[in-house]
Design a protein. Structure first.
Length: 251
């Protein structure tokens, strides 16, 4: 029983967890706390942003593996509730900063559902639930953790935007040996690659591809759920797996 009392619990919104997933709700709630209740991160354009390294994120979520962490962040970004920007002016600094898109339709939907629920029940013991209107931060907070530090090997450095790759080659047949040579050289440099594009310098491991496929299934499930209410919702085309795996690998 002591484990229930000696450490600060992570409070999450039940409706949010049901809507986007438990892991995603945990990360989003913690980001909300860091953005609004601590001195973490930096101010840019009137918005608070935080950044971190893989090791530092894992310190905040020690119960997850690195692959789970990457998959959760990728999922939040694809759902439109997490914003990612490279705020540094230097082109050499590709550090990614994160903030919450409080104006997303998904979060607005959760807020409406919770408002309806609150009229039917009287919750007790809940604190610091997600509220997009709360943008001020407490001064002098002692919970600074390690968010906002700039260590090397950032979790989200050198990211590549997801693009759609034309899988049909425009080169004549005579150039195919050169293409094969380029692929062989690329695989020599990246032996763990299971999907790759030497021309675009994109590649991913089996874990990256598995994560991308898991994320795609989740997106499709959301579209199917939306289609039950709106018959005009169209299922999206299958993604470029190389680009997606590369995006996840670089997170």
């Amino acid at each position: 029983m002591s484990l229930l009392m000696t450490s600060q619990p992570i409070v999450i919104n039940r409706d949010l967890a049901c809507r986007i997933g438990l892991n995603e709700a945990i990360v989003l709630q913690q980001l909300h706390y860091w953005l609004n209740e601590t001195n973490s991160g930096t101010e840019h354009g009137g918005i608070r942003w935080v950044y971190n390294t893989t090791e530092q994120w894992l310190e905040q979520f020690p119960f997850w593996s690195e692959s789970t962490l990457k998959r959760t962040f990728a999922s939040l970004k694809s759902l439109g509730v997490l914003r990612r920007e490279q705020l540094n002016k230097s082109k050499r600094d590709m550090t990614n900063f994160y903030t919450i898109n409080y104006e997303s339709e998904l979060l607005e939907e959760v807020k409406v559902n919770e408002s309806i629920r609150s009229k039917c029940t009287s919750p007790s013991g809940q604190s610091d639930l997600m509220d997009g209107r709360k943008m001020t931060r407490s001064i002098g907070s002692k919970r600074h953790a390690v968010i906002g530090s700039k260590w090397p090997n950032d979790l989200t450095e050198n990211t590549t935007e997801i693009t759609t790759e034309n899988k049909t080659s425009s080169r004549p047949d005579a150039s195919q040996p050169d293409t094969q040579t380029a692929e062989q050289e690329f695989l020599t440099r990246h032996p763990d690659a299971v999907v790759f594009s030497p021309k675009k310098r994109q590649w991913g491991t089996q874990d990256d591809l598995t994560c991308a496929q898991w994320l795609w299934k989740k997106i499709i499930a959301l579209y199917e759920q939306a289609a039950e209410c709106d018959g005009e919702v169209v299922r999206p085309k299958e993604p470029n797996w190389t680009a997606w795996a590369n995006e996840i690998r670089l997170m």
